[in-house]
Write a protein that binds this ligand. Structure first.
Ligand SMILES: Nc1nc2c(c(=O)[nH]1)N[C@H]1C(S)=C(S)[C@@H](COP(=O)(O)OP(=O)(O)OC[C@H]3O[C@@H](n4cnc5c(=O)[nH]c(N)nc54)[C@H](O)[C@@H]3O)O[C@H]1N2
Ligand SMILES: Nc1nc2c(c(=O)[nH]1)N[C@H]1C(S)=C(S)[C@@H](COP(=O)(O)OP(=O)(O)OC[C@H]3O[C@@H](n4cnc5c(=O)[nH]c(N)nc54)[C@H](O)[C@@H]3O)O[C@H]1N2
Ligand SMILES: [Mo]
Length: 771
C-alpha cells in the first residue's frame, strides 16, 4: 500500500503516492473539477540526472572581484565543493561587495516563481537574509504585469482591477449580454496560480457563460485562446493593435452620440482631451471604424456593429495580461478603460472592464480574505530598485538614469548577483543581450534544484531541494484553500532546503539568531499558519481549524468574496466613495502625465505604433512572433516532464503558423524551421493550423536554452533569443515580450532531441561522482 501524502504545486494540490521512498503516482485534490495534466510530471523532480546534487564553483571564476580566466557562457566546468566552503565563499563575497561598493551593488531582485510553498519561498528568504546585512537592490512589478498595474494605479488609484480583487466572473452569467475577450480565456493559462490552488475554476465559469447565452466576441491572433464550444466570433486581430480597435469603437460611439455623458461628467476627469483625440481634433485623424480597420485588419463594418452592441446591451470587456506585455502596453489597458467609460456601465452588474481574467486561475475567481502565509522580509535598510525587466539595462549601464512612474532614478553599479527561485535565462527578453550583460558582475550566485541555463552561468551553485523534499504551506489571497505540503521524499544528493541554506548562510554572517528567530521548519509553518488564521478571524467571523487539524487533514478552507462588482459603490455615489486618484475619479485625461511630458506617452488613452509590428514600413515578409504560456509546464519548470514533452515534436518546441504562411516558404507540417532576426535565432518544428492568424507565429516560452557554440543557434525553440528588450514605456518600464518580428525558413532536417543534448552538456559540465 503506497503512503498518501498531501502536497501542492502552482498548478494544483494533490496527493502523492509513495512506496519505499519513490513516487508511484499522484491523485488530484478530491474537489478539483478540472485538475491540471502537469501534476504527474512532478516525478521528474525526483530524477537525480536532472538535478544539481552538490554545491559547486565554476572553474573560470575567482573570488574577491578579480576577473576570472573564462566567461560565464554556460560551457565552463564546475568543481564540487563542500557546503561549508561554498557558504564561506558566498558570505565572503556578500561582505566584500557591501563593504567596498555599498549594498546597492548586490542585486537580489531574484525574480521568479520558484515553488508554491510560501515558507521556503526562496526570493523572500534571500531578501530577509540580505536585509539583515544592509540591504540589496531589488525590483518592482513582475514580468507578468508591470505596464498594466503602473497605469491602473494612476487612473483607478489601485491595481486591483488587474490583480484579481475586482469584478468576479460569477457576476457575468445572467447579466452580461455581450462579452468581448481580448487575448484569451483559456484553461491553458488558468491551470496555474502563484502560490498554488486546490480547485481549477475557469472551465466551469466558461460553461456557465455558455449556458447563459452570452454573445462572445473573441479578439486574438489565436482562435484556440477560447475553447471551441464557446462558439465565439473570432476576430483575428493583428498583434499589438488592440488599442486601435478599442479607440475605433470609442470613436464610433462618440460620433453617433451614444456615449454616456452623465457618467463621464460625474465619474471621470479629463474626458475633454480624450474625446477631442477620438474626434481627431489635435491630429486631424478621427478614430473611426475605418481608421481602426487599417491598423487592426478587422473589417470596419464589424467594428461599427460591435460598437453599437456595446452600448445597446449589457457589455463587458476582458483583457488578458499578455496585452500589456507589449510596447505601449499601458495605453492598451487605458484605452479599454476609456471605452468602458464612454459605454458607461462601469460599476453595474455584468458591465465594465476587467484585466487578467483566466490569466491565472484566481484572477476573476472569488478572492480570499486570507493572507499569503509567507515569511516577512523584515525592514529594508536601503531603497534601491529597478523595474523588473530592466536587468540587462542595469548591468550594461551602471549609473545611467531611468524613469519609473514619473520619477527619475539611476541604475546601481552591481558587482554581485544572487538568484534563488527564478530563471532569467528563461524569463528575460533578448537573451544574447542578457549574455553580454551577464559578464559584468564580479560574482553570480544561483540557488536552484535544476541545472538551468541560468545555473550553468553561475559562479557559485547552491543545490536547493524541490518542494517534494521538505514541509511547507501553500496559499494566496486568490485561492480558497491553504494546503499542507508534506515532505514526500528525502532530499536528493546534498541538496538543502532554501530555509536551511539561508539559515546556514546567516550563521556564516553571524546573524543566525536574527534570521531564524529560533524557529525550525515546522515551527515556522505552524507560526505562519497561525498568523493567517488570526488574520482571517479578524477580517471575517470564520475560525480556521487548529494547526494540527489542518496539517493532518491536508487543507483548510478560507472564506471568499464572491459576486463582486468592481467600483459599484463608486458608481453609486462617487462623492462619498472617491477613488485615490488625482481627481478622486477615473482619470481619462491626466494632469500628472501631461506634466511629465513623455514622448510617445500622451496624457489620455491613445494608439501608439509599436516598435515592431505587421503594419511597420519594414515588415516585408517578416512575421509577428507571439510567445505564449506553455500548456504542458510552468514557464521553464518541468520542461523535461511528460506533459511538456507531449507538446514537442522531433525533440523541440512546435511553432504554430497559418498554412498559407508555411506554403509561401515551402514549409510543411512537421518540418524543422529556423526563426531569426537581428537579435538571435532558434529552431522549432512547424505546426500548421488555421487557428493562428496569417502573419503570426506562436512559439510557447520555456524551452531550455541550448545554443550551439558558434553562431548561437538555439536548438530547443526558446523565443527569448528573438524577443525585443525594450521597456513598454518610460512610465511603466514593463517587458515588451509580445512585440517581436522574425523571419522564418525551412532547414534541412535536424532531429536531435534538444533535451537530450542539454542533458549531455550538463553531464559534461559537472562531475557526477558515484552517479
Ligand atoms: N518571451 C516571453 N518571455 C516571458 C513571458 C512571455 O509571455 N513571453 N512571460 C513572462 C512571465 S509572465 C513570467 S512570470 C516569467 C517566468 O519566469 P520565471 O519565474 O523565472 O520562470 P520559472 O521557470 O518558473 O523559474 C523558476 C525557477 O525556480 C526554480 N525552482 C523551483 N522550485 C524551487 C525551489 O524550491 N527553490 C529554489 N531555489 N528554486 C526553485 C526552478 O527550477 C526554476 O529555475 O517569464 C516571463 N518571460
Ligand atoms: N500552463 C501554464 N499556465 C500559465 C503559465 C505557464 O507557464 N504555463 N504562466 C502563468 C503566468 S506567470 C502568467 S503571467 C499567465 C499569463 O497569462 P496570459 O498573459 O493571459 O497568457 P499568454 O499565453 O501569454 O497570452 C494569452 C493570449 O494572448 C494572446 N495575445 C498575445 N498578444 C496579443 C495581442 O497583441 N492582442 C490580442 N488580442 N491577443 C494577444 C495570445 O494569443 C495568447 O495566447 O499565465 C499563467 N499560466
Ligand atoms: Mo507571469
Amino acid at each position: 500500500m503506497p503512503r498518501r501524502i498531501p502536497h501542492s504545486t502552482h498548478w494544483g494540490a494533490f496527493t502523492c503516492l509513495v512506496e519505499e521512498g519513490r513516487i508511484v503516482g499522484t491523485e488530484p485534490f478530491k474537489d478539483d473539477p478540472d485538475p491540471s495534466p502537469i501534476i504527474p510530471s512532478i516525478a521528474e523532480w525526483a530524477r537525480p540526472d536532472r538535478r544539481i546534487l552538490q554545491p559547486m564553483v565554476r572553474e573560470g571564476w575567482k573570488p574577491g572581484g578579480a576577473p576570472g580566466p573564462r566567461p560565464r557562457d554556460g560551457n565552463d566546468r564546475f568543481l564540487p565543493v563542500s557546503w561549508d566552503e561554498a557558504l564561506s565563499l558566498v558570505a565572503g563575497e556578500i561582505t566584500r561587495v557591501g563593504r567596498d561598493h555599498g549594498n546597492a551593488s548586490i542585486f537580489a531582485g531574484s525574480y521568479g516563481w520558484t515553488s508554491c510553498g510560501r515558507f521556503h519561498h526562496a526570493p523572500t528568504l534571500l531578501k530577509r537574509m540580505l536585509n539583515l546585512v544592509g540591504g540589496y537592490t531589488g525590483h518592482v512589478d513582475t514580468y507578468s504585469i508591470a505596464a498594466g498595474p503602473a497605469i491602473l494605479r494612476h487612473v483607478l488609484g489601485s491595481e486591483d482591477a488587474c490583480t484579481g480583487r475586482a469584478t468576479t466572473m460569477d457576476t457575468l452569467p445572467g447579466h452580461t449580454e455581450t462579452l468581448v475577450v481580448f487575448g484569451a480565456l483559456a484553461p491553458r493559462t488558468a491551470q496555474t496560480e502563484a502560490g498554488g490552488m486546490a480547485v481549477h475554476l475557469l472551465p466551469e465559469m466558461l460553461r456557465k457563460l455558455r449556458e447563459a447565452g452570452v454573445r462572445v466576441v473573441h479578439v486574438s491572433p489565436c482562435k484556440d485562446d477560447l475553447p471551441d464550444w464557446m462558439e465565439a466570433d473570432w476576430w483575428p486581430i493583428r498583434p499589438n493593435t488592440d488599442a486601435a480597435l478599442l479607440l475605433g469603437m470609442a470613436g464610433e460611439i462618440l460620433r453617433e452620440g451614444r456615449h454616456d455623458q452623465a457618467f463621464l461628467d460625474r465619474h471621470t476627469s479629463g474626458a475633454g482631451p480624450f474625446l477631442d483625440y477620438l474626434a481627431g481634433k489635435p491630429d486631424g485623424t478621427p478614430k473611426t471604424a475605418d481608421w481602426a480597420e487599417a491598423i487592426t485588419g478587422i473589417p470596419a463594418a464589424q467594428i461599427r456593429e460591435l460598437s453599437r452592441t456595446l452600448t445597446g446591451t449589457r457589455s463587458f470587456l476582458s483583457l488578458s495580461w499578455a496585452l500589456q506585455r507589449a510596447h505601449h502596453g499601458e495605453h492598451v489597458y487605458w484605452s479599454a478603460l476609456g471605452l468602458a467609460a464612454l459605454i458607461g456601465q462601469i460599476g453595474l452588474k455584468g458591465g465594465g472592464v476587467a484585466y487578467g481574467f483566466g490569466s491565472l486561475n484566481g484572477v476573476g475567481g472569488p478572492f480570499g480574505e486570507g493572507v499569503s502565509p509567507g515569511m516577512s522580509q523584515g525592514p529594508k535598510p536601503i531603497d534601491s530598485f529597478i523595474p523588473v525587466a530592466r536587468i540587462s539595462d542595469m548591468l550594461l549601464s551602471p549609473g545611467a538614469a531611468f524613469t519609473y512612474q514619473g520619477e527619475t532614478r539611476s541604475y546601481p553599479d552591481v558587482r554581485l548577483v544572487y538568484w534563488a527561485g527564478g530563471n532569467p535565462y528563461h524569463h528575460h527578453q533578448d537573451l544574447n543581450r542578457l549574455q553580454e550583460a551577464w559578464q559584468r558582475p564580479e560574482t553570480i550566485i544561483v540557488q536552484d534544484p535544476m541545472m538551468t541555463a541560468t545555473a550553468r552561468r553561475a559562479d557559485i551553485l547552491l543545490p536547493a531541494t524541490t518542494s517534494l523534499e521538505r514541509n511547507d504551506i501553500a496559499g494566496t489571497r486568490r485561492a480558497e484553500h491553504y494546503v499542507a505540503m508534506h515532505k514526500v521524499i528525502e532530499p536528493m544528493g546534498e541538496a538543502k532546503s532554501d530555509y536551511d541554506i539561508f539559515s546556514d548562510l546567516a550563521r556564516h554572517l553571524g546573524l543566525e539568531a536574527e534570521f531564524t528567530e529560533g524557529r525550525d521548519e515546522m515551527d515556522w509553518i505552524r507560526h505562519l499558519y497561525q498568523l493567517s488564521a488570526d488574520y482571517v478571524a479578524s477580517a471575517t467571523d470564520t475560525r480556521l481549524p487548529a494547526f494540527d487539524d489542518f496539517w493532518n487533514e491536508g487543507w483548510a478552507q478560507i472564506p471568499m468574496t464572491r459576486d463582486n462588482t468592481y467600483l459599484a459603490a463608486f458608481r453609486e455615489d462617487p462623492e462619498a466613495n472617491p477613488l485615490p486618484t488625482e481627481s478622486g475619479k477615473i482619470v481619462l485625461g491626466s494632469n500628472r502625465i501631461a506634466d511629465l511630458d513623455m514622448p510617445g506617452f500622451p496624457s489620455h488613452p491613445s494608439w501608439q505604433e509599436p516598435a515592431e509590428w505587421l503594419g511597420m514600413a519594414e515588415a516585408g515578409d517578416r512575421l509577428h512572433l507571439i510567445s505564449s504560456q506553455p500548456p504542458g509546464r510552468l514557464h521553464s519548470q518541468l520542461e523535461t516532464g511528460p506533459a511538456s514533452r507531449e507538446q514537442k515534436r522531433k525533440g523541440r518546441e512546435q511553432v504554430r503558423m497559418h498554412p498559407d504562411d508555411a506554403r509561401a516558404r515551402q514549409i510543411g507540417d512537421g518540418d524543422t524551421v529556423r526563426l531569426w532576426n537581428a537579435r538571435g535565432q532558434c529552431l522549432a518544428t512547424a505546426q500548421l493550423t488555421e487557428t493562428v492568424r496569417r502573419g503570426v507565429l506562436v512559439l510557447p516560452v520555456g524551452a531550455w536554452l541550448t545554443q550551439d557554440r558558434d553562431g548561437g543557434l538555439d536548438l530547443s525553440g526558446n523565443p527569448n533569443v528573438l524577443t525585443l528588450d525594450i521597456p513598454t514605456s518610460a512610465y511603466g518600464q514593463g517587458t515588451s515580450a509580445q512585440t517581436c518580428m522574425v523571419r522564418l525558413e525551412p532547414v534541412a532536417a535536424n532531429d536531435r532531441d534538444s533535451i537530450d543534448i542539454y542533458q549531455k552538456e550538463i553531464d559534461a559540465l559537472i562531475r557526477r561522482d558515484g552517479g
